[in-house]
Write a protein that binds this ligand. Structure first.
Ligand SMILES: [Zn+2]
Length: 411
């Protein structure tokens, strides 16, 4: 089995054109003494909207790595897959985010729960258990999660079959659900995954608070960090206790740009000597818009056009993301207003710098879900990216390095 590196960062590249600029940020981190693996992720929904597939994503990743002469680790993620989609991804991916959120709470068979509780009754009295767990809690968690774990195991075995001995990293994700998992539930989930023989290396629970797309964390940051630390302790303990891979670490599906919790996450991980997988910077596509706007001319015109259409097609574009955006439509500038902006004004409104007075998180979220508009522009959009390559790359690299990698790993 390939053990994943201690630190890994999931980055998105919707149009597959920014790999080199993204790698440049990781190279800067290396120069600063930090090594983090790159994991390119792209969800099925993004593939469908843009009209690409996992093979395109693999080709873009390999080409960027080759062009950059990147010697660090990198992966291509089959992002939020299940039994229905795994086959399509398997030949092109070496990281699998097995999403079983839909199977949570489908009550497991009472015999299975009883057998699990009896097999693991020692947990309740274990002296060094990193979280509180009593018999009732053990059974309740088993009943709630054994079905989801069984599904994860089915998908995992299918991956093993499809990969025919080739190494891959398995993540199990339960983040796309309403209710957060407690640290005790996470412990039960990990025990059950081990029972099923799933060599899980990263686990993505649902955390407390809101992780809206492309904007900062909304919620009680202190409570989040307490929960995160408890989860880290559970993961480390479980890896040893249940014989899971020693690389096992938490995966935070951040929805990008959770700047207010980066410092706390970094401190906890460092203090506990733990690893981290952080999915972030799916906002790379927004840096393309910033770069186009700053590039001026046709680039700025395209950036404005994207806003114009996204504004007009609000309902259609926002609907698939309703649970992960929070847009106050009354705070969106009118397309006429945006039309009068120069490139600097557009960039200032969109770029995620919270101290900037002109920054508008409503506009940012709308544009974030508006990539369909750019996809429909087809070659015109892609050609503009190349025509403004310097400006686009500069923004993509600076975003990842200055606002993500540096605060997380260097500061
Ligand atoms: Zn997720």
């Amino acid at each position: 089995m390939k053990l994943i590196e201690r630190f890994s960062i999931g980055t998105g590249d919707r149009f597959g054109r920014e790999g080199v600029a993204q790698i440049a940020a990781f190279a800067r981190a290396r120069e600063a003494g930090v090594s983090a693996a790159i994991v390119w992720n792209k969800s099925n929904r993004e593939h469908l909207i843009i009209g690409t597939g996992p093979a395109d994503q693999r080709a873009a990743a390999d080409a960027a790595v080759k062009a950059s002469n990147w010697k660090g680790a990198y992966y291509v993620d089959a992002d939020h897959i299940g039994l229905g989609s795994v086959d399509r991804y398997a030949p092109h991916c070496d990281f699998f985010t097995i999403d079983v959120a839909d199977f949570i709470g489908k009550s497991a068979a009472p015999e299975a729960v009883r057998a699990f509780a009896s097999r693991h009754r020692g947990l309740v009295s274990a002296k060094d258990l990193p979280t509180k767990l009593d018999e009732a809690g053990l059974k309740a968690a088993a009943s709630r999660y054994l079905g989801a774990v069984a599904e994860a195991a089915k998908v995992y075995r299918r991956i093993v079959e499809l990969k025919k001995g080739a190494a891959f990293v398995a993540e199990v994700s339960m983040d796309e659900t309403e209710t957060p998992q407690s640290p005790a539930e996470l412990l039960v989930i990990l025990a059950a995954l081990a029972d099923e023989g799933v060599s899980v290396q990263t686990i993505a629970p649902k955390f407390s608070g809101r992780f809206n797309k492309g904007v900062d964390y909304v919620g009680d940051t202190k409570a989040f960090l307490a929960e995160f630390e408890a989860d880290v302790r559970v993961a480390t303990w479980s890896a040893k206790a249940f014989g899971l891979p020693p690389s096992l670490k938490l995966s935070v599906h951040s929805g990008s740009d959770k700047f207010s919790i980066y410092g706390g996450i970094a401190e906890i991980v460092r203090r506990l000597g733990a690893g981290l997988h952080l999915k972030t910077a799916g906002t790379t596509w927004l840096e393309e818009l910033v770069g186009l706007a700053e590039g001026g001319g046709e680039g700025l015109a395209i950036a404005k056009e994207v806003y114009d259409s996204a504004y007009a097609r609000y309902d259609e574009l926002a609907a698939p993301y309703a649970s992960v955006i929070d847009i106050d439509r009354s705070r969106l500038p009118s397309p006429a207003e945006v039309k009068a902006w120069d490139g600097a004004a557009y960039a200032a409104a969109l770029r995620h710098v919270q101290s900037e007075k002109r920054f508008n998180k409503h506009l940012r979220q709308l544009l974030h879900v508006g990539y369909k508009v750019a996809a429909e522009m087809g070659p015109r959009y892609l050609e503009a990216l190349e025509a403004h390559r310097d400006s686009v790359s500069r923004n993509v690299t600076a975003n990842l390095w200055e606002r993500h990698l540096r605060p997380l790993f260097v500061e």
